[in-house]
Design a protein around this ligand. Structure first.
Ligand code: C2E
Ligand code: CA
Ligand code: CA
Length: 282
């Protein structure tokens, strides 16, 4: 497992310092900065691999947005909610999804065997009339299969209308997209969503325990949550796996698919392509 980590250099360390200069402005200025960033290609994609612990093979990859500004990377955690509030998230997400499809298509043409790509979808995106049609048109334009894209949806304020969400998700699944519930356990109504929404995969974040050390209580909660997900036969990916101890414990609990700093940090496209080529060589 050690060499998997070594294959990925830590690239593009994010600094929060700069974020303040972007965010400390009024709504009109912020919207203008986002527009400039879109025009100047300041939004970019970082790629974080997902592994099968048992086979040690890469099984998927998550695309994570970054705002490259004044030579630094700004974490999406700093601005996503603001984009959701001002309604620009859809435009920025579409930009990111297109970049992702371009990359998948380029790898396919080069003969690089890439795993599926998980993209993040804001609950707000799903309320746009052309949301599904846009995703379908992207896969057609770049000659991809819908199964090449996994859609990670987080429980947000926009998920209040469960009936609407279920309708959209079922329709996406009929098209062939794989729909994942992101951040299971973090929100207030994860169980309601789990019971009612037909997700294909659940993403369980180790962070939901908010424990740096795995103590007995945390272990019991984790064990029970995993048991419950196994009972309802829903595949799980655990993210935020930071050390061998956590990975081993998860493996003992029957979880195979994992993502986190222990396996590899999010990296830019050249570094991730190097990793893909390395994986192909065996
Ligand atoms: P997320 O979807 O839950 O993504 C996982 C976050 O955990 C990422 O933060 C990732 O860099 C970080 N992470 C990965 N491994 C570890 C680990 O082992 N330990 C810890 N502590 N953290 C780890 P990031 O990239 O800053 O993204 C933050 C959030 O912003 C994402 O959380 C997602 O909700 C949102 N986001 C990212 N990209 C996009 C996007 O393209 N569109 C939308 N709508 N939201 C996005
Ligand atoms: Ca995610
Ligand atoms: Ca997550």
């Amino acid at each position: 497992m050690e060499n998997i980590r070594e294959l990925l250099p830590e690239t593009g360390k994010m600094k929060d310092m700069d974020a303040s200069s972007i965010l400390l402005c009024d709504e009109a200025q912020f919207a203008g900065r986002v527009r400039n960033a879109l025009e100047n290609g300041e939004f970019t994609v970082f790629y974080q691999p997902q592994y099968s612990y048992r086979t040690k093979r890469m099984c998927g990859v998550e695309a994570l947005m970054r705002w490259r500004h004044a030579g630094q990377m700004i974490s999406p955690a700093k601005f996503i909610s603001r984009l959701e509030r001002n309604g620009m998230i859809y435009e920025v997400d579409r930009f990111i999804w297109r970049r992702v499809c371009q990359a998948l298509s380029a790898w396919k043409k080069e003969g690089i065997d890439a795993p599926y790509m998980s993209i993040n979808v804001s609950g707000r995106d799903m309320h746009h009339a052309d949301f599904e049609a846009y995703l379908v048109s992207l896969t057609e334009e770049y000659d991809l299969q819908p199964q090449n894209l996994h859609l990670e949806i987080t429980e947000t304020a926009y998920m209040k209308d469960l009936k609407f969400m279920i309708r959209v998700i079922k329709s996406l699944q009929r098209r062939g997209f794989i729909v994942e519930m992101d951040d299971f356990g973090r929100g207030y109504s994860s169980l309601t969503a789990l019971k009612n929404v037909p997700f294909d995969v659940i993403k369980l974040d180790m962070d939901f325990l908010q424990e740096s050390e795995i103590n007995e209580k945390a272990k019991q909660i984790l064990t029970s949550v995993i048991e419950m997900l196994q009972k309802i036969r829903i595949p799980v990916i655990v993210e935020g796996v930071e050390c061998e101890k956590q990975a081993e414990l998860l493996n003992r609990l029957g979880c195979d698919y994992m993502q986190g700093y222990y396996f590899g940090k999010p990296t830019d496209r050249p570094a991730f392509e190097a990793l893909l080529r390395e994986a192909r060589r065996g």
